[in-house]
Design a protein around this ligand. Structure first.
Ligand SMILES: Nc1ncnc2c1ncn2[C@@H]1O[C@H](COP(=O)(O)OP(=O)(O)O)[C@@H](O)[C@H]1O
Ligand SMILES: C[C@@](O)(CCOP(=O)(O)O)CC(=O)O
Length: 890
């Protein structure tokens, strides 16, 4: 019997022979040989078959003996520090599943190490691994500073690295190993090291911290280790609801020593916690099977994405063979590097299902950054020396549905910028992917990863460092000043999107832009007309998404991935709708033209127009032309001559980029607006479509006509109106196609009238144009793009005494109407008509058609942005004139 003062090792049930104790209550004589068969049960059976013999009432679980003392002098127990039946039941069960001589339950895993380290005397050496749990490291450091123990670290993955420490003259008392290590999953050959230690230092003991795998997957005592300990808070209990530690000993001497210490120190596990641990441990095999299967899926997924993943279940693990020689599974802890500490922090904080927490082994999945959490107690320089990188993320996988685990992890990776969508036509459909999941979940992790890729991290890092090194940032020498006109579509809007010819002319209303240098590595847009002002770090833009391109012209198609990324980025500023679209179009061109962050000039674009915005007069094309031309000039891809006109091939390049910006703004534009904005004058434009050749002819020398433009001030959205017509055509081709044919006839006739090839009198010319306008408006109404506000203008202008003809122009749905004003129209009537239109809430103005396209100011003085803003829309024309007429045009 043990004594209260612990002067001798306690006698506990764990000391009895395990094989004979199993179910001994039921078959004391083991008459049928059951005990021998039970001793051969496999682990998953052993772990649930808890010996229930030690209770008087046949309770099927070991009861909680919540008592500090026991009465009498001759019983098995006297004081719970020395022994308690609940703890004893747990210990005897654990001894069996550890293949141990004896097992001891203590209050925590660190208590286990504390007890074990007391076997080492001052002056003796502990030889430990170099990738250890932070708490282990801390306790070893304490043993060194306060206990006079010589602590050395070596790479336990290489037995040769240990040998020099083991030879004669070295007083190695203990070799302390983890395998796999936490958190780098390094593997030590336990059998090889145990044999080498026994040979070179026979008095030394080999101690293994087995917490990462649990006795289910690895039993170091069977491999030659002397003592094993486990933080039972992890897999053994499995639910993070109890703190406990287990020491399992491989020989009688070790058992005796450890038992004496535990009793002397009083570190044995309390009865209730022993009960909880015994309850949890029964499901160890079940939990671990699921956790490790999930871990393999997660490891495969991250590995397939191209991250450096530490996990013995991966073929890439350098000691995979050694691991599977001594363990029956890879476990459920893995770690991964992102190459960027802040990125790792963002990933961890974006995870939701994965709990951000220290510890591991519970049924819930956890994510952590060891350097900030479990291993923070190791000084940073030592972590660095041991290869424990700050960007390391540890994933401790639970039993959740792996689809939810990857959903959450994927979301965190996307949200943090660690991965981006992969556009690949060979990707599996979601149905096919679901089939792969059913048949081979581990392969499913790999297939799923193919939907994403890692951005070019080097380029990002490079971008960040350049953003900081502001001196080296690229910019422009001086302001670049550009302008472009709006347009009026006289005939053929909407139909032009479907391949019909449209006739348009430029307007004397324009958009102006100033691109000014910056020195802070940022890019900005200021659009006072939209009350928009946004600025971004050039290095923070998603450069890795810029599609590769050759030549100077723009791509025909927008890259949807870059577009979505820019939409998200711009949305962060909470802009207005128009401010957002202008910013996205600008950033898209800014990035696509530069292609790489190193080529992007730190600049601010300031734009303002005297054109009504969103009224069908081509403000977006004028804006797009300003953006494209200013950026191409900044990149010296468009050369500005001192005099004369801009080189036609450069004009074509500007047009192609302006068209791309129009696509950002309008989805599926025909290209007529930018064609007019870039080239000016009047054009007959046919979009190349469905195998039909497109074309663009300038109409020269057309007879000037007075036009009244009336802005209904009803806002509308070109993108959705164009999409609406496309939808109508798809649903009712029998209605829409004949209309398109008739609009083609109208455009053809108008073109003949305007370019003079159809000879007629002035009156005949005007009245024929009026008829064509009336017909065209009727067709647009059939297409569903008119609006009550437009019909009100049509009616007001048609009323006596005015009798004028009006059609909508541009996308319709509100916006502008155009009214032909014959030469003979009475001025007094005109004033009355203007008053009537204003009375409707509309904004009418007389205009001249035609005029120059893209304009670039040469020899620009600096600091024009503020004067542009100060001029305001009404003062823009005189502001432009004040620049001393040094403009060149297309
Ligand atoms: N003066 C401007 N400043 C900034 N952006 C502009 C300006 N004018 C037009 N835009 C851009 O063009 C868009 C207007 O396009 P849209 O609705 O098609 O009008 P419109 O019919 O005048 O072309 C705006 O939302 C904005 O993105
Ligand atoms: C409706 C459409 O024919 C003309 C453009 O209209 P608006 O200038 O955005 O109103 C569309 C297009 O040609 O891209």
């Amino acid at each position: 019997m043990s004594t209260v003062d612990g002067s001798s090792a306690p006698h506990s049930p764990a000391e009895s022979s395990l094989a004979t104790s199993i179910f001994s209550a039921k078959s004391p004589a083991d008459s049928d040989g059951h005990a021998a068969r039970a001793a051969k049960w496999r682990f998953a059976t052993q772990v649930v078959a808890v010996d229930g013999s030690d209770n008087a009432h046949g309770a099927s679980s070991v009861p909680i003996f919540q008592t500090a003392t026991f009465k009498g002098m001759d019983g098995q127990y006297d004081y719970t520090r020395s022994g308690n039946p609940t703890r004893g039941g747990l210990e005897s069960h654990l001894a069996r599943i550890y293949s141990a001589h004896q097992a001891f339950a203590l209050s925590t895993g660190m208590t286990c190490l504390d007890v074990i380290l007391r076997l080492v005397k001052p002056g003796e050496t502990v030889l430990a691994g170099d990738d250890l749990y932070g708490g282990t490291n801390r306790l070893l450091t304490y043993a060194k500073s306060h206990g006079g123990v010589d602590v050395r670290h070596a790479d336990t993955t290489d037995v040769a690295a240990l040998l020099p420490h083991l030879g004669e003259g070295n007083k190695v008392k203990m070799v302390l190993l983890e395998s796999p290590t936490n958190p780098l999953l390094k593997v030590a050959d336990i059998a090889e090291i145990s044999a080498a230690v026994k040979k070179a230092a026979p008095d030394a003991i080999v101690v293994v911290d087995n917490t990462m795998l649990s006795p289910y997957l690895q039993r170091p005592l069977e491999l030659g280790a002397d003592i094993v300990y486990d933080s039972a808070t992890k897999y053994l209990s499995g639910h993070h609801d109890v703190m406990a530690g287990i020491i399992a000993t491989g020989n009688p001497q070790a058992s005796k020593d450890i038992a004496w210490l535990i009793n002397a120190m009083g570190s044995g596990l309390a009865p209730f916690d022993s009960f909880l641990l015994l309850r949890g441990v029964k499901t160890l095999a079940l939990r671990m099977d699921k956790q490790q299967a999930n871990a393999q899926i997660v490891a495969n997924y991250l590995d397939a994405l191209g991250f450096k993943v530490h996990y013995p279940g991966l073929k890439s693990h350098p000691k995979r063979d050694v691991h599977f020689k001594q363990a029956s599974g890879a476990g459920a802890v893995l770690s991964v590097l992102t190459d960027d500490t802040q990125l790792s922090e963002r990933v961890v904080s974006a995870a939701r299902l994965w709990g951000v927490s220290v510890s591991f082994g519970a049924v819930n999945s956890l994510i952590s950054m060891p350097c900030l959490m479990s291993h923070a107690s190791i000084p940073a320089h030592i972590r660095a020396e041991r290869g424990l990188r700050e960007d390391l993320i540890r994933l401790c996988v639970g039993i959740e549905d792996p689809r939810d685990l990857l959903d959450d992890l994927e979301h965190a990776l996307i949200a943090s910028g660690a991965i981006v969508p992969n556009v690949d036509p060979t990707l599996l459909s979601s149905d096919k992917l679901a089939e792969v999941f059913r048949e081979n979940p581990s392969q499913w992790g790999i297939e799923r990863a193919r939907y994403f890729r890692r951005p070019n991290v080097e380029a990002l890092i490079d971008g960040v460092s350049r953003g900081l090194a502001l001196d080296g940032v690229k910019t422009i020498d001086s302001d670049i000043v550009v302008s472009a006109p709006g347009k009026v579509i006289l005939f053929g809007e909407h139909a032009v999107v479907h391949g019909v010819t449209a006739i348009a002319t430029s307007l004397n209303l324009r958009c102006y832009g100033v691109l000014a240098p910056r020195t802070d590595g940022k890019v900005a847009i200021t659009a006072p007309d939209l009350e928009a002002e946004h600025v971004w770090d050039i290095s923070s833009l998603p450069w890795d998404l810029v599609p590769p391109r050759e030549g100077s012209a723009a791509d025909e198609k927008l890259d949807p991935v870059l577009l979505v990324a820019l939409e998200k980025l711009v949305a962060e500023d909470k802009p207005t709708k128009t401010g957002a679209s202008a910013s996205i179009a600008f950033l898209y061109l800014f990035m696509a033209i530069a292609r790489e962050s190193t080529e992007a000039p730190a600049t601010t674009l300031t734009v303002s127009a005297n054109l009504p915005i969103g009224a069908g007069l081509g403000s977006s094309a004028a804006f797009s032309t300003c953006v494209a031309s200013a950026l191409l000039i900044a990149h010296e891809r468009v050369h500005v001559p001192d005099a004369g006109s801009i080189d036609p091939s450069h004009v074509d390049d500007v047009d192609s980029w302006a068209f791309l910006a129009e696509k950002v703004l309008h989805g599926n534009p025909s290209g007529i607006d930018n064609a007019v904005a870039v080239r000016g004058g009047a054009v007959a434009f046919t979009r190349a479509i469905e195998g039909k050749e497109g074309g663009m002819d300038s109409i020269r020398g057309f007879d000037s006509i007075r036009l009244l433009l009336t802005n209904t001030r009803v806002p509308r959205d070109t993108k959705s109106l164009v999409a609406g017509v496309a939808a109508k055509r798809a649903a009712e081709p029998h209605v829409v196609d004949p209309v398109l044919g008739q609009i083609q006839d109208i455009s053809d006739e108008a073109r003949g009238l305007l370019d003079g090839s159809t000879k007629t009198s002035r009156n005949g010319f005007v009245s024929r144009l009026e008829t064509l306008m009336r017909d065209n408006h009727g067709h647009l109404r059939t297409l569903g793009v008119s609006h009550p506000s437009l019909e009100a203008v049509v009616a007001a202008t048609a009323a006596a005494p005015f009798n004028l003809t009006t059609k909508l122009t541009g996308a319709g749905g509100g916006g502008c109407a155009v009214t032909l004003v014959p030469d003979t129209f009475d001025d007094a009537n005109l004033d009355q008509l203007l008053a009537n239109l204003r009375g409707l809430g509309a904004e009418p103005y007389l205009t001249t058609l035609g005029g120059p396209g893209l304009g670039v100011h040469t020899r620009t003085p600096s600091d024009l942005s503020s004067t542009l803003v100060a001029a305001g829309p009404a003062g823009l024309a005189s502001w432009a004139d004040s620049l001393n007429a040094q403009w060149v045009h297309s």
